[in-house]
Design a protein around this ligand. Sequence first.
Ligand SMILES: [Zn+2]
Length: 130
Amino acid sequence: MSEDFLKWVGKLAARMGLRDWDITIIANADLPDSCLARCRIALGRKAAEIMLGAEFDKESAEGKRATMVHELLHCHFSRADEVVDETLPDLLGDPVYKTFYTGFNLAMEVSIDAVAVEWAKSMPLPPEGE
Ligand SMILES: [Zn+2]
């Protein structure tokens, strides 16, 4: 992971209103086969780890840009996820919560991706060769 790539991620984060977040990139992460990337956010903190799997490297520059915008968007939506995850398991009980969360998570992914695909078009592409 080059300095230029990390600067590019920082530029995207700044343009997306995440200047005050601590974003860590983890390359060559051990992710499931079809998974390009994953974002892990520290509970109650403005800190995230974005893990990039082997599939990310195979993406086009435009694909990498859309994926990175998608993962960064998770930072903005993490508070909603925290509220759901911190309050509903006790209220609903495990089986109902798991069923609810599957649908909630899918809805969040679809919504985040719809925004990411369009927003990414106005963002810079990653550095050449990355
Ligand atoms: Zn996602």
